[in-house]
Design a protein around this ligand. Structure first.
Ligand SMILES: CC(C)(COP(=O)(O)OP(=O)(O)OC[C@H]1O[C@@H](n2cnc3c(N)ncnc32)[C@H](O)[C@@H]1OP(=O)(O)O)[C@@H](O)C(=O)NCCC(=O)NCCS
Length: 336
């Protein structure tokens, strides 16, 4: 078996091979996964918000792709950590390829000075058994919920807005589709920073955002053609951005909306702004993305306020995802 690094920005053939490997495993790995296009896979392969990421493709001696991994090696935070996402083609599993990929990725991580490997798997999927077999330590869990966007939901929205409004006096809504207007980049960065207190693994350092980083992060997906919609609640008196919610739509799977962050800053919590911006987003999407039928969202299990808002709207749980960590030194030894 050969494991070779390639550049996903220039090597479409290898990127598409990885995409096919990922798709092959879905019936076992994640049967409820919202359909993801090559466009979205490409976006994952480029890394998150401009942070470095390697992509390695494994092929057998006949040159047939058998697996791949993406290895994120962030430079601004999480400099001890490496985020690894190994996948083996469905018909090539249980032959030791997964272990070899992880050991290979661990070598790269070690060279980059990393000590901890982090990954995530769906509970009940082969990946969870594999992570345990590799000696992974379980971290927090994230829950995926899906909201059906149908007549029932549309019928509920006015009532939900009426519940939130009496608590939300003194705030005005603002709507835009990315790229973010220049004057909102700083406030959007502040709102992203307010996510730092959302539940996360102890070893994970939340990103510190500034205007440039917001621009770099969104530029990639805007250039790839994602339609990314934002709704904010602005505090009339101070002019501060108090709450923000984001949903993106991939033109190739346009009946799905993908929820990005939803956050209310600490000083403005308790005014039902989370519900207000989410309801406003759903009403707006009905106009600008009327084909959206489902919206998918992920929350840490402990994020009770956000989950309460989502459940009020009618989100239903589809799956639970487990985060894992393993020392890079131990991962190196998975293959002798
Ligand atoms: C997880 C994954 C990479 C494993 O690939 P693989 O090539 O089948 O893994 P290996 O053959 O190296 O398996 C190593 C050990 O993991 C355990 N394991 C792997 N798959 C398992 C399964 N379906 N059920 C139970 N144990 C399993 C076994 O202990 C196995 O050793 P054994 O076959 O000698 O019993 C593959 O199932 C996959 O691509 N899943 C989707 C992506 C994913 O979840 N990645 C893992 C992120 S941590």
């Amino acid at each position: 078996m050969h494991i070779e690094r390639f550049d996903p920005k220039t090597d479409d053939e290898r990127l598409e091979a990885c995409y096919r490997v990922a798709q092959s495993g879905l019936p076992e790995d994640d049967p409820d996964c919202p359909p993801f296009s090559l466009r979205r896979f490409r976006s994952w392969s480029y890394g998150f918000a401009g942070e470095p990421q390697q992509v390695w493709l494994a092929a057998d001696d006949a040159g047939e792709p058998v697996g791949y991994y993406m290895l994120a090696l962030p430079e601004r935070e999480n400099r001890q950590n490496a985020f690894c996402d190994p996948i083996v083609a469905l018909d090539r599993r249980r032959q030791g390829i997964g272990r070899r990929l992880v050991a290979h990725a661990a070598e790269q991580a070690e060279q980059a000075g990393r000590t901890l490997f982090m990954a995530g798997t769906r509970l009940g999927a082969p990946g969870s058994a594999f992570a345990e077999a590799c000696g992974g330590r379980a971290g927090i869990q994230e829950v995926r919920r899906v909201l059906d966007v149908d007549a029932d939901l549309r019928g509920k929205l006015a009532g939900l807005r009426a519940e939130a409004l009496p608590h939300a006096g003194g705030y005005s809504l603002r709507f835009w589709t990315r790229p973010t207007p220049d004057e909102l980049l700083g406030p959007v960065a502040a709102l992203n920073n307010a996510m730092a207190d959302a539940p996360h693994d102890a070893a994970f350092e939340p990103f510190v955002w500034d205007a440039d980083r917001i621009r770099v992060g969104e530029r990639k997906n805007v250039d790839l053609g994602f339609r990314m919609h934002s709704v904010a609640a602005m505090h009339d008196e101070s002019g501060e951005m108090a709450a923000l919610t984001e949903v993106d739509v991939d033109p190739d799977t346009a009946d799905w909306g993908h929820q990005g962050l939803t956050v209310v800053t600490r000083t403005h919590r308790g005014h039902r702004l989370g519900k207000l911006v989410k309801v406003a987003m759903l009403e707006w999407l009905a106009e600008i993305e009327p084909q959206v039928r489902q919206i998918v969202t992920y929350n840490a299990q402990q994020n009770e306020h956000m989950i309460a808002v989502n459940e009020d709207l009618g989100h239903r749980v589809t799956d639970v995802f487990q985060s894992w960590e393993i020392d890079v030194a131990a991962a190196r030894k998975l293959v002798n």
